[in-house]
Design a protein around this ligand. Structure first.
Ligand code: DHB
Length: 386
């Protein structure tokens, strides 16, 4: 198979890249190790920045998002038992939209297939070759055949555990990592919304987050041991923990409901530099991970492919390589801003195992400053909306 851009991975980065390239008249083939059913059902994040929403709408894959997504103009920080609103829209003129990542995936898969795009699902043993030549290749197993795709370029959009990043010789990779000694326990609940906007809660037992998916489905998280076992968390224990961490002196109360999905998410910060090797370009989680506090992961992936699609377009229109040469530095600027923001939000809101009473008071002092200083609230708001 020959194509212009071979895309490894059908997550948000790979699918959106394929879609944006198609709008520019550039051919691509997407390969994915999982099935279509799996990628369309995997529960991930759900907060879209204004810029993400605008790009999906402008590129004509935002119709359902605009109908079903929930636009929020603020968030709450809850600490010492009281909620404080950060007025995102008043401060920045922008808003966020709550719309699940797997719904974005469904919309993108549908758009690619309707346009006659090629996505090969269930591909095994993908390996990248000749990355420093003019004709990089991907070989893999698919339906008992051993096909090869050669492209002008390869886009590595296959996530943190994918083959793309390790295909770069280690001497050409600089990796920056921080892991956190906790995870998030996430649940989906059939219940009415308890709050009109997301609540990020600081508590001495650890962080908790009240989010939503629809008027009938709520998404809740609480900080946990990353090695914890779902079996140790029967529903009653989950509710008790959430009520404790969200308790307060106001009369706000979390509504309970039927829990129909549970999972534990690990937390890490990671960046590889540069995001390019020869004719391989990395985008999304293949190149960087943020802890989920602040909801930047999907939005960073979208920003990467916005920059990358435009650089490919310039190359294929006029053989101008300048934008491609600038891709890594351009994307990394935004990546490091989000790395800092996500690390800051995580540090301010979580309990660390070696916390002292002094550190607890320092967190409260910072939270108090964020909600009482317009400058600090604006710092949070402009990073949050993107
Ligand atoms: C959600 C996830 C996040 O990481 C976050 O910061 C806010 C909301 C969510 O899944 O709804």
């Amino acid at each position: 198979m020959k194509t212009q851009v071979a895309i490894v991975g059908a997550g948000p980065a790979g699918l959106l890249l394929s879609h944006l390239l198609h709008l520019e008249g550039i051919a691509s083939v997407v390969i994915e190790s999982r099935t279509r059913e799996e990628i369309e059902a995997t529960i991930r994040a759900g907060v879209l920045e204004q810029g993400t929403v605008d790009l999906l709408a402008q590129s004509r894959v935002g119709e359902r998002m605009q109908r079903e997504g929930l636009r929020h103009e603020g968030i709450y920080l809850r600490f010492a038992g009281v909620s404080h609103r950060i007025a995102l829209s008043e401060l920045t003129g922008r808003a966020i939209t709550v719309y699940a990542q797997h719904e974005v995936i469904k919309d993108l898969v549908a758009a690619r297939l309707a346009a006659g795009g090629t996505i090969l699902f269930g591909v095994k043993d993908a390996a990248l070759y000749d990355l420093d030549s003019d004709s990089p290749k991907v070989r893999f197993r698919h339906e008992n055949a051993l096909p090869e795709i050669s492209g002008d370029f390869i886009a590595g959009c296959d996530g943190f555990h994918g083959v793309s990043r390790p295909s770069i010789p280690s001497r050409h990779r600089h990796e920056f990592t921080r892991s956190y000694p906790f995870g998030w326990f996430g649940i989906l609940v059939e219940a009415p919304a308890s709050t009109d906007e997301l609540i990020y809660a600081h508590h001495e037992r650890g962080f908790a987050l009240v989010s939503t998916r629809s008027p009938q489905i709520q998404r809740l998280y609480f900080q946990c041991d990353p090695e914890d076992n779902l079996k140790r968390w029967p529903d009653a224990r989950i509710w008790e923990e959430l009520h404790t961490r969200l308790a307060g002196s106001d009369d706000w109360k979390l509504a309970e409901g039927r829990i129909f999905q549970k999972g534990i998410i690990a937390m890490r910060s990671f960046v590889v530099e540069p995001m390019r090797y020869g004719r391989l370009f990395l985008a999304g989680d293949a190149a960087h991970i943020v802890p989920p506090t602040g909801a930047k992961g999907l939005n960073l992936a979208v920003n990467d492919v916005r920059v990358l699609a435009s650089a490919f377009s310039r190359y294929f229109k006029s053989k101008d390589e300048e934008a491609l040469a600038a891709y890594s530095a351009t994307a990394l600027k935004r990546v490091w801003r989000a790395e800092h923001f996500s690390w800051w939000m995580t540090s301010m809101l979580h309990r660390f195992h070696d916390d002292t009473p002094f550190q607890h008071r320092i967190q409260l002092a910072e939270l108090d400053y964020v909600v009482n200083s317009k400058a600090k609230a604006l710092t949070l708001a402009e990073n949050y909306v993107g």
